[in-house]
Design a protein around this ligand. Sequence first.
Ligand code: HEC
Length: 328
Amino acid sequence: MNRSLLSLLVLSLVSCRAESPTQPQPSATASAVPTVAATTAPSSVPVVVTASATAKPIEAPVRDNIKGGQDFDKWVAEGFKPDDAKTKGKADGTGGPNKDGTLLSQDGKPVLNDGHDYRLKNLFGWDLRGKAGIYGPDMMNKSYVVDLNLLERKDSEADLAAWLKSGTKNVPAFGSVMSDAQLADMAAFIVGVRDRKLVHPADVFELKKGSPANYVLRPGGNADTGKALYKERCASCHGEDGTTFLFDDKEFSLGTHARQKAYEDWLKILNGQPRTAMGRQLKGDNKQMTQELLDLFAALCDRKAFPKGPAKGKDVPDADPRCGKYLR
Ligand code: HEC
């Protein structure tokens, strides 16, 4: 359907309806175009503001799920320094609704920082499952993880953004430190992961109680393909062998980190590292992105190709289960 014909057809509409800003509009297809007799617009019809032959449908903003994923990992807000987790019972940060580095609960009471630093990746875990996931009592047992599994819920993006804004029984209200657009981006990221539009963590690693770090990588990755991908997408910044940057106070090289914390790195590679030059490193649809991640992890499980270098921490021993058969 070409645009001008579409514009002519939608001219016959007597009413325009506002579209939800969180729903990117599908491009109109023949079946979605109303007949001349139509009096109300089906929701898939683009909004037209002026009745001129050149009128273009207004596209609802497409949410930025990369930005949303980075905010899920670590958001920042001007002037906000979280309440210090070490000083228990005292609100001693800066900024936020009470100007003391706390956020408020749904009923307006300050939520103190008990180690989560108000990061969503802490409240829900790197796998977005809350208590049911990698930070839950059966796994890493983080005190601050909330009993709410983002991958099981059925919320629309709009509902999710709304309750992240106002808070719930368990989750502080983020509306005081993040804009509606930021929250909508974050909701798009969460729903994208949940509905397998991006990458679902269950397709990359399996939770495994009792295993070191409580996970094992899924099979299906190809180390040779992964090494080629690494050369193409990562080596220019991280170096041929992944030792240019060391992480966590120089404890880890990229290789030793990926062999021990793939439950975290899957999200870093999907979204990039907040406030650095590293953006999303995966391409294509859910299937391609998932395969690329498995291939990259298969490659990074090679201890010779991606050594520890000058990192202070230990590498994994032979037969460490996290890399499974990928370990070299
Ligand atoms: C444009 C440069 C750039 C590219 C390309 C890039 N990265 Fe990064 N990456 C960075 C920077 C900078 C950091 C943050 C380093 C730091 O924290 O000191 C980082 C951080 C990371 C981290 C986070 C580690 C941690 O503990 O926080 C992972 C994992 C990672 N990169 C993997 C990759 C992989 C895999 C690729 C390729 C698929 C890649 N990166 C491509 C620049 C890049």
